[in-house]
Design a binder for this molecule. Structure first.
Ligand code: 16G
Length: 240
């Protein structure tokens, strides 16, 4: 359905139609896109015009071109809104997805100097070290290492960290989570991330470090998360 009399350029109309098919699930990630020739014949437009529309969608990462194979629908990334202090569980539920965790490690260890400093506790004070793969719809999204002060957040169990840490802190311990500071860096996945996130070698990951405080200002967690860069993007509202 191309309107040749519209002031909107034809390539733009086609681009919009393909985008809509991706967004409403008619085209699925991994599917091959119909060929330039098919679009051109079906819509009675030139192949140049089709090429232009496809190129734009490749540039916007809706489509990916694989040499010698063709053009495919790209995996659509989850957009995480950074305008609030939320948990992974809350983020996934908010977008209608089912979160789950695979617990790789859960133990109490004496705080190493760097951890003690960031958690603002004494060296060798007990901390929970939690390593989890965080999944959405069963797909690994992030590998997360969390250090929680054990004198402050008491009674953690496997079951709790296999569901939601923040929920336990707020609903069971009755503490209020206040604020966090978070840094972002782009890096290449290390061996562990390649293995647990099921991504190819050299894949980019978004590395984040969050230090979170209760509303009384006490630091309770230090979190290092590596998110899959092919699955995640971030959104922030900026005001001037
Ligand atoms: C998010 C937070 C992490 C927090 C976790 C709690 C980032 C980078 N990290 O993954 O700091 O510990 O949520 O999640 O956003 P939970 O309540 O689902 O266990």
């Amino acid at each position: 359905m191309i309107d040749k009399h519209s002031p909107i350029p034809i390539y733009h109309q086609l681009e919009e139609q393909i985008r809509q098919k991706i967004e409403n699930g008619e085209y699925n990630p991994g599917d091959a896109l119909p060929s330039e020739r098919e679009y051109a014949e079906q819509l009675n437009i030139s192949r140049m015009t089709v090429r232009q529309a496809i190129s734009n969608l490749v540039n916007e990462r809706y489509l990916i071109r694989i040499k010698g194979k063709g053009t495919f629908i790209a995996e659509q990334k989850l957009e995480q809104n950074l305008n609030g202090l939320t948990s992974f569980t809350e983020d996934m539920i908010a977008r209608g997805m089912t979160p789950s965790n695979k617990l790789l490690n859960f133990e109490i260890i004496p705080a190493k100097p760097s951890i003690a400093q960031q958690l603002n506790i004494k060296e060798h004070a007990p901390v929970y070290e939690i390593k989890r793969i965080r999944l959405a719809q069963g797909i690994p999204m992030a590998l997360e290492r969390t250090y929680v002060s054990a004198n402050l957040i008491k009674g953690l169990t496997d079951d709790i960290v296999e569901s939601s840490l923040y929920k336990y802190i707020e609903e069971n311990l009755g503490l209020k989570i206040g604020r966090a500071s978070q840094i972002f860096e782009a890096t290449h996945a290390n061996e562990e991330e390649i293995k647990y996130l099921e991504i190819p070698e050299q894949s980019p990951v978004l590395f984040m470090r969050r230090v979170t405080k209760l509303d009384n200002g006490t630091v309770f967690e230090l979190v290092k998360s590596s998110y899959r860069a092919d699955r995640y993007k971030f959104m922030l509202d900026l005001e001037r």
